[in-house]
Design a protein around this ligand. Structure first.
Ligand code: AMP
Length: 226
């Protein structure tokens, strides 16, 4: 990140797959001028580009397991070095292990940055399988949709950009989501206590309507960015 007069906000969204981290991070980007930084998106881009990191990550991601901290940290550091992150970042899907959380502390310490808030999105596991297995996105702008909860107004046409190509993630299926939920509970959920101990934990109810959750998150982000 670049040096600025006021420190950029660093916000963390915590929650299992399907909690709505990506959807809400995109909304916060628009409302607060922050940059969404999704390690899942960065890894999928590395897989698509066929980089060494992408080749190593592909099978692990398809199995719903966590990619090694080394690979994820290298990808994250490269992205954090880009100038747009000076506006502040919303970390979506990172950190996911205690090792990643400590590495983030080191990285931020070295740059004189602090975590504004780590926000845990509280949801029911049972609902997550349904949420994840029905979701798809616009291939052009990334707007998210769902077979049951949020279809585009005109079939197969993006409400936001008019794009007509929709895509589904290879790991968004009922079998893989079970492994992803297990990985979350075993390796990521302990970070809730970690950030509570640092005095930066906030929680929101992630089971309501998208706009209601956005309102709750916005209130938290407004407090830590002003
Ligand atoms: P996501 O898009 O956040 O659901 O991530 C999709 C997949 O990418 C996960 O199931 C993991 O295999 C991998 N992944 C994303 N972020 C991380 C991370 N911080 N640490 C380890 N693996 C990750």
């Amino acid at each position: 990140m670049n040096d600025t007069m006021t420190s950029p906000a660093v916000l963390i969204l915590l929650g299992p797959p399907g909690a709505g981290k990506g959807t809400q991070a995109r909304k916060l980007e628009t409302s607060f001028g922050l940059v969404q930084l999704s390690t899942g998106d960065l890894l999928r881009a590395a897989v698509a580009a066929g980089t060494d990191a992408g080749k190593a990550a592909k099978a692990v991601m398809e199995a719903g397991e966590l990619v090694s901290d080394d690979i994820v940290l290298a990808i994250l550091k490269d992205r954090m070095a880009e100038p747009d992150t000076a506006r502040g970042v919303i970390l979506d899907g990172f950190p996911r292990t205690p090792g990643q959380a400590r590495a983030l502390d080191d990285l931020m310490g070295a740059q004189g940055l602090k975590i504004g808030a780590a926000i845990s999105m509280e949801v029911d596991d049972a609902a997550m399988v349904k949420r994840v297995s029905g979701r798809f996105t616009c291939a052009n702008c990334g707007e998210g949709y769902h077979d049951e909860f949020k279809l585009p107004a005109k079939a197969a046409t993006c409400d936001v950009c008019g794009g007509t190509e929709m895509k589904r993630r290879a790991d968004d299926n009922a079998e893989t989501v079970g492994a992803r939920l297990t990985a979350y509970h075993e390796q990521t959920a302990p970070l809730i206590a970690y950030y509570a101990g640092r005095g930066v934990l906030q929680t929101v109810d992630g089971m309501g309507a998208i706009d209601a959750i956005a309102g709750d998150l916005g209130a938290i982000v407004a407090k830590v960015t002003t």
